[in-house]
Ligand binder design. Structure first.
Ligand code: UD1
Ligand code: M6R
Length: 384
C-alpha cells in the first residue's frame, strides 16, 4: 500500500497535490468564485452571528487553526481565539451560548479534543467539526461540520491532513464572509489562488532531491531553529513539530518578532536555522530579522519566493532590486535557499510547509529512524 515509496509519510507528502483537490471538490466553484460547504449550509448564518469563534485542537491540527486565524479575523471581523485542547480543559474558561467552537482533528478521536467538545456542548455553544475520519467521535458529536476528505492518513506524522485542514478552514472563512461585498475582491483573489495551489504544490515536491541533499549536512545536529512571522509563524511551529517528532532533533519554531526577546541568544555560526522568508506584507520585517541573525554569524537556510529579492545570497547573485541591511551585512556569504512559487499571502503556508515536511522525513531516515513509527507516539491519542 506504500506504492513506490519506502514510507507512508513520504507517500502522503506526495499525495498532497491530489488530496487538497479532493478537499475542494464539489465545494469551490472556480468559475463563479463561490464556496459551498454542504455540511455547514444550514448553519452559516448562525455562525456569522456568533460573538466569538473558538478553534480547539491538538498538535498539527492546532497549527492548522493558527495558520488560518488571521484570515478568519480579516474576513469575518469576529474575534477568534485558538486553543490547545488540553490547556483549554486545564483552564475551563468562560464560554457562552453565542460562541461557536470549531474542533479540528484528523482522527476525530483525540481524547483532549473530545473532552473539550463535551465541555463546550454542556455550555450551549454551537459546536462545529473539521474532521478527516468520517463516523469518528468528533464527527458524530458535533452539531455540524466539514469532512476534509484527505483520505486515510497512516503515518503518525501528520502531513496531508494538515494541508487539507488548512484549506477547509480557508473555505469556512470564505463562506462566512460570502455576504460581505466589501470582501469580494479579497475572496476572489483567494479562490483564484486555491485554483492554482495544487500545481504549485506539485512544483514544490520537485525540490525533494535537493532537500534530501541538504538534510545530509544536518543529521549530526541536536537542535535547530525555525523562524517565521505573520502567516508563517504557524508554518514554523508545524515544521518544528514535524522535525522533532520523527528525527528527535530539538527543533523550535520561533516567531521572528520575538528574536530580540530571548531566542537571539541561541544564534551562532553552528546552530542550524531555517528562516521562512517568502514575500508578503511583512517582508521588510523579515529582512530585519535576517539582519539580526546574520549579524550574529547565523547561517540561515531560506525558504524564499521564486523571483523574490536576492535577500542575502551574496554579491554574485545580487540583482540590485533590493538594497537591504541584511543583504549588505552578508554580501560575502552564500546561503542555501529553497525557492517556492508565490501564492496569496494566506495560502503561502500550504507550499512552505511541504519543504519542512520533506526535511523532517529525510532527517529521520538519514538518522536511521522509521518516520512512520516515531518512538513513544501513537497515531490517535485516545487518552488524556
Ligand atoms: C456529503 C457526503 C458526500 C457526498 C456529498 C454530496 C458524507 C460523509 N458526505 O458531503 O459523500 O458526496 O454530501 O452532496 O456522507 N459533519 C459533522 N461534523 C463533522 C463533519 C461533518 O456534523 O465534524 C456533518 C455535516 O454537517 C454533514 C455531514 O456530516 O451533515 C457530512 O459532512 P460532509 O461530508 O462535509 O458534507 P458534504 O461535503 O456535503
Ligand atoms: O487526530 P488529531 O488531528 O486530533 O491529532 C492531533 C495530534 O495528536 C496530531 O496532530 C499529532 O500532533 C501528530 N502526530 C503530529 O504530526
Amino acid at each position: 500500500r506504500k506504492g513506490n515509496f519506502d514510507h507512508f509519510m513520504l507517500k502522503e507528502i506526495f499525495e498532497q497535490p491530489e488530496s487538497i483537490v479532493n478537499t475542494m471538490r464539489g465545494r469551490v466553484n472556480f468559475e463563479n468564485r463561490t464556496v459551498k460547504l454542504g455540511g455547514l449550509s444550514n448553519y452559516i448564518s448562525a455562525i456569522r452571528r456568533s460573538r466569538r469563534i473558538v478553534m480547539i485542537a491538538c498538535g498539527t491540527s492546532y497549527h492548522s487553526c493558527l495558520a488560518t486565524r488571521d484570515l478568519f479575523e480579516e474576513l469575518t471581523d469576529i474575534p477568534i481565539s485558538v486553543e490547545i485542547a488540553s490547556y483549554f480543559l486545564d483552564r475551563r474558561p468562560p464560554l457562552f451560548r453565542d460562541d461557536t467552537c470549531i474542533f479540528v482533528s484528523q482522527s476525530g478521536e483525540t481524547a483532549d479534543t473530545i473532552l473539550a467538545l463535551k465541555y463546550c456542548i454542556e455550555r450551549g455553544a454551537m459546536c462545529v467539526g473539521v474532521v478527516n475520519a468520517v463516523g469518528s467521535g468528533i464527527s458524530r458529536q458535533t452539531l455540524c461540520g466539514v469532512h476534509i476528505n484527505a483520505g486515510p492518513e497512516i503515518g503518525v506524522a501528520s502531513t496531508k491532513a494538515y494541508t487539507s485542514q488548512y484549506i477547509t478552514l480557508v473555505m469556512i472563512a470564505l463562506s462566512l464572509s460570502e455576504d460581505r461585498l466589501s470582501k469580494q475582491s479579497r475572496r476572489n483573489e483567494i479562490i483564484d489562488g486555491l485554483g492554482k495551489i495544487s500545481a504549485q504544490l506539485q512544483e514544490v515536491l520537485g525540490l525533494n532531491d535537493r532537500i534530501q541533499a541538504v538534510s545530509e549536512t544536518l543529521v549530526d545536529k541536536l537542535k535547530m531553529l525555525i523562524l517565521g512571522r505573520g502567516y508563517q509563524y504557524a508554518t514554523a511551529l508545524e515544521g518544528a513539530l514535524k522535525i522533532k517528532e520523527i528525527s528527535y532533533i530539538l527543533a523550535e519554531g520561533i516567531l521572528t518578532g520575538e528574536l530580540k526577546h530571548g531566542p537571539l541568544a541561541l544564534v551562532d555560526a553552528d546552530i542550524p536555522i531555517i528562516m521562512i522568508a517568502t514575500k508578503d506584507k511583512l517582508f521588510d520585517k523579515i529582512i530585519n530579522g535576517i539582519g539580526q541573525v546574520t549579524a550574529r554569524s547565523g547561517k540561515p537556510i531560506f525558504i524564499a519566493s521564486q523571483n523574490g529579492p536576492t535577500l542575502v545570497e551574496g554579491k554574485k547573485k545580487e540583482n540590485g532590486s533590493v538594497e537591504t541591511k541584511a543583504e549588505l551585512q552578508s554580501a560575502e556569504t552564500s546561503y542555501v535557499r529553497f525557492e517556492v512559487p508565490e501564492t496569496v499571502d494566506c495560502l503561502q503556508g500550504l507550499l512552505n510547509i511541504v519543504i519542512l515536511q520533506i526535511f523532517g522525513y529525510w532527517l529521520a531516515v538519514k538518522k536511521g529512524y522509521n518516520p512512520d513509527h516515531p518512538r513513544n507516539l501513537a497515531k490517535a491519542v485516545t487518552t488524556e
